[in-house]
Design a binder for this molecule. Structure first.
Ligand code: TYC
Length: 106
């Protein structure tokens, strides 16, 4: 007579924990750097347009960078972070500001 289902030995080949298959990609902080020439308004504009920050938060981040020398404006996957850095440099160059930003792996 065949075994009923609850009479089987536990089978070590049967996975009990779910296999971890959704690996999270590494994340990168995009960091804005202070300088003496870029206007506060332009930095706020960058934070609103490139980083989609609401106005109040954009002002807060800009003032943090102004006072502390640098500040995180967002955390993204590598390609998105690279694109944001390029956008900031491109917009700064077009508007004759020396504004710089860098990315750093979290
Ligand atoms: N320090 C600049 C000024 O006094 C303002 C500024 C803030 C510039 C943040 C760059 O990332 C920056 N006009």
């Amino acid at each position: 007579m065949p075994l009923r289902w609850h009479e089987y030995e536990p089978d070590s080949s049967v996975r009990t924990k779910p296999k971890k298959k959704t690996k999270k990609p590494p994340l990168y902080k995009v960091i804005l750097l202070n300088d003496d020439y870029t206007t506060m308004d332009f930095v706020v504009f960058i934070l609103e347009t490139v980083f989609h920050k609401p106005h109040e938060e954009a002002v807060h981040i800009m003032l943090h960078v102004h006072r502390k020398g640098m500040g995180v404006c967002g955390v993204y996957t590598r390609e998105i972070a690279e694109t944001k850095v390029k956008m900031v440099h491109e917009l700064a160059r077009k508007n004759n500001f020396p504004l710089r930003c860098v990315m750093e792996r979290e």
